[in-house]
Design a protein around this ligand. Sequence first.
Ligand code: COA
Length: 386
Amino acid sequence: MRDVAVVGIGMNDFGELWEQSLRTIWAESALAALSDAGVDSVDLITIGCMSPGLFVGQEHLASLLADELGMAGVPASRVESACASGGLALRAGFAEVASGLSDTVLVTGVEKMTDVDGADATYALGTAADREWEGFHGITFPGLYAMLAQVHMERFGTTPEQLAAVAVKNHANGLLNPHAQYHLKVSVEDVLATTMVADPLHLLDCSPVTDGAAAMVLTTVERARELGKDNPVVKITGSGLATDTITLANRKDLSELGAVRLASERAFRMADRRPDDLHVVEVHDCFTIAEIMATEAIGLFDQGFGAKAVENGLTSLQGKIPVNTSGGLKSKGHPVGASGVAQAIEIVSQLRGEAGQRQVEGARVGLAQNMGGLGGSSIVHIMEVA
Ligand code: COA
């Protein structure tokens, strides 16, 4: 395998972007990444997008978006793994460069979610769960994650205040991220005072519905050095992908995210790293309970200790292992197909030393964990300063 580097990153400001379309937000982030890389042509484009058909009535994205960039003719493909579609696009691009099939790849993720009303957005998101055995009966994602939270609370004594502490931390980080959808300073009391969406998850325990796009340019480490850029070369050293049953009733253990554990183990093995080696981590906090369970599954904390860790500040910007310095999905927003790419962009910014007020001093090894649905799929990437 060839060594793979990230040489360009770009994303738009996430939010409710009613005056833009899917193609314009995608092109904005793609052009920003190409400009950052200093390249004007690529061998391949990968696109992570969960459900353009249901959200904006458009399929056949690969051709549409290559053309939008003036690159009709360039090979392009869309990949889908629900909310992990962006992470899957990154893995597809990584595999292309590592294998030698392509030298330079534009990896992108996009979702335009606010053109439909809340009920239709909830329906579209719900297609990532088991339609026949779960969705048909009316359950939606806040309800499914609430069930995981209830099990975690019963088994490990996790409290609503500890769940709220995740939102407080991520909104504090999001205040320092100009791309974030929400710039809010909130306290535990504020979170607990918001509407109960699905017990024990309040409105501020949930990620929002978001429009957004994110893009990266990958090439070989050799070519990255030839491009002669000032910032450090960031290398992707580990990539892990795993699946789990998406039918909740078939899960052996509702208190752990098995796909996240497996994907992390695979990424650590490829990178020859351990959880203790990490300096900065982005995890898939679509709900506050998801961040706690992901940090346990990655191995940052023992099972049952993730909630205490966030309560004690271990995952804050100044903590032992900062988690979701970007503000996470909670504050930065969660345009489902784009989130996996945006998480990796935060890690690259941190490793380059370009994260501004949210910079983790001396960060040299980082991890990004993306997840589909209720953890039915997960993709983990480890990145390092080369
Ligand atoms: N975090 C912070 N603020 C939020 C928010 C969130 N997650 N969701 C909505 N808001 C704010 C809105 O900006 C709005 O503020 P305003 O009154 O100042 O304009 C207010 O809360 C009401 O917004 P609205 O869009 O009417 O909320 P809603 O009740 O329709 O939707 C949720 C709220 C939580 C149900 C919705 O955001 C949701 O479904 N989130 C989960 C998305 C999801 O499942 N993603 C996939 C994960 S696997």
